[in-house]
Design a protein around this ligand. Structure first.
Ligand SMILES: C[S@@+](CC[C@H](N)C(=O)[O-])C[C@H]1O[C@@H](n2cnc3c(N)ncnc32)[C@H](O)[C@@H]1O
Length: 220
């Protein structure tokens, strides 16, 4: 069976290599089932706080014939995962603030793949100094930009520019395109409303500095 995977899900799967994967917020199950079908994990703990979402994952697992290695559990964040039970965890398609709540409560020490669908700066502020950031790059998918962060235990201090726009690690054109688009969007807000202070102004200033660093002209 071949799963339909968009560039965002493809990028997530490409990063997974483990024995037991915990897929937190598994919903449709394409990450959980894809990891088993592609031999990226031996076992998957598929977790979702919604029983209806988890059911979709269970059905996909049965359709793909991987149900023996797919353990579906209802619950909040890592709550249904015992300590040491998983060596890799994915939390994707959930807001940055909610991911922070999940991590604050977690008793999990393995490798993490985080893909917030919004508020990525809030997630990075939390990770900064607490986690080693192995990767932080941008993926373009369906007209939107997403950031994908791979982290482990340790400590990396993000700079203010990185808090907003990531590390561009590994480097990609998607990052440069995201930066150019963000700069245009932020300029319109800041200049249109004559803003002189606040987080949006700070973010715009960081975008301007980064565009200069990467030689991105004001035309994009
Ligand atoms: C938009 S879907 C993302 C599905 C998939 N991970 C992806 O990236 O395509 C978000 C899912 O996360 C679940 N979810 C949100 N917060 C959660 C939490 N604290 N614990 C477990 N599941 C959660 C929701 O019920 C929903 O099914």
């Amino acid at each position: 069976m071949r799963l339909r995977l968009d560039p965002r899900l493809r990028a997530v799967l490409n990063e997974i290599r483990c024995y037991t994967l915990a897929d937190i917020g598994c919903d449709h199950g394409r990450i959980a089932v894809g990891a088993l079908l592609e031999g990226r994990a031996e076992k998957v703990l598929a977790i979702d706080k919604s029983a209806a979402s988890l059911h979709k994952c269970k059905l996909l697992g049965e359709e793909a014939g991987v149900q023996d290695r797919l353990d579906c559990r209802t619950g909040d964040g890592f709550e249904p995962v015992k300590e040491g039970e998983a060596d890799f965890a994915v939390i994707a398609g959930i807001g940055g603030r909610e991911i922070v709540h999940i991590l604050e409560k977690a008793n999990y020490r393995g490798k993490l793949l985080l893909l917030p669908h919004q508020d990525s700066h809030e997630l990075r502020r939390f990770l900064s100094g607490r986690y080693h950031i192995m990767k932080d790059f941008v993926i373009s998918c369906g007209g939107k930009y997403y950031c994908l962060i791979v982290a482990s235990q340790g400590g990396y201090n993000y700079s203010e520019a990185e808090i907003y726009f990531g590390r561009n690690l590994p480097q990609s054109d998607d990052y440069l395109n995201m930066l150019a688009a963000e700069r245009v969007k932020l300029s319109k807000i800041v200049c249109g409303n004559h803003l002189t202070e606040g987080e949006i102004v700070q973010k715009w200033k960081e975008a301007e500095k980064l565009c200069q660093k990467y030689g991105i002209s004001s035309n994009g």
